[in-house]
Design a protein around this ligand. Sequence first.
Ligand SMILES: Nc1nc2c(c(=O)[nH]1)N[C@H]1C(S)=C(S)[C@@H](COP(=O)(O)O)O[C@H]1N2
Ligand SMILES: [Mo]
Length: 175
Amino acid sequence: MVDDFPVLSAGPTPHTKLEAWSFELGGEVDDPISWRWEEFLELPTETITVDIHCVTKWSKLDTSWRGVSLDTLLGRVRTEAEYVTAWCDGGYTTNLPLEDLTGGRAWIAHTYAGEPLEPEHGGPARLLVPHLYFWKSAKWVRGLTLRSTDEPGFWEAAGYHNYGDPWKEQRYWSD
Ligand SMILES: Nc1nc2c(c(=O)[nH]1)N[C@H]1C(S)=C(S)[C@@H](COP(=O)(O)O)O[C@H]1N2
Ligand SMILES: [Mo]
């Protein structure tokens, strides 16, 4: 367990201006949709208190976030897709089954411990999928591409497990 909150990034921290920020649902959807920052802040938010698990074996308990549920966002599009690629400023990607983003299990979080999410931790907003290993919780997320076929993201293509269930310790493809 860790008390501080380690920063793990594959590259430099992007600093996207809020005026230039948007969040987009695209790919295999009937009508792609995107929200600018002010629009995004008007969406209903939820408070999430969860444990997070990094693949490098640290866990942090009872972290507190605020953000918009993916149920709210995905409710605005019609799709037959079964997978998503989350994409980010800086070029990071990660893939997930669409189902794992539904059912009150995933958020786009913009607040951490009552403060705007720091850039190092993914601000202005990051994906938060606490039931999977934390590399799935893409920082600086800018959109989801919905797909009918699964496509490995950055770490998944580099050998991390495609699904990443911490309780099954699915760290690498061989796990
Ligand atoms: N865009 C982006 N998101 C990312 C990463 C990254 O390198 N780039 N690293 C992932 C990994 S491996 C982990 S453990 C967590 C770390 O989040 P933290 O830096 O807020 O602790 O972010 C995940 N999301
Ligand atoms: Mo990680």
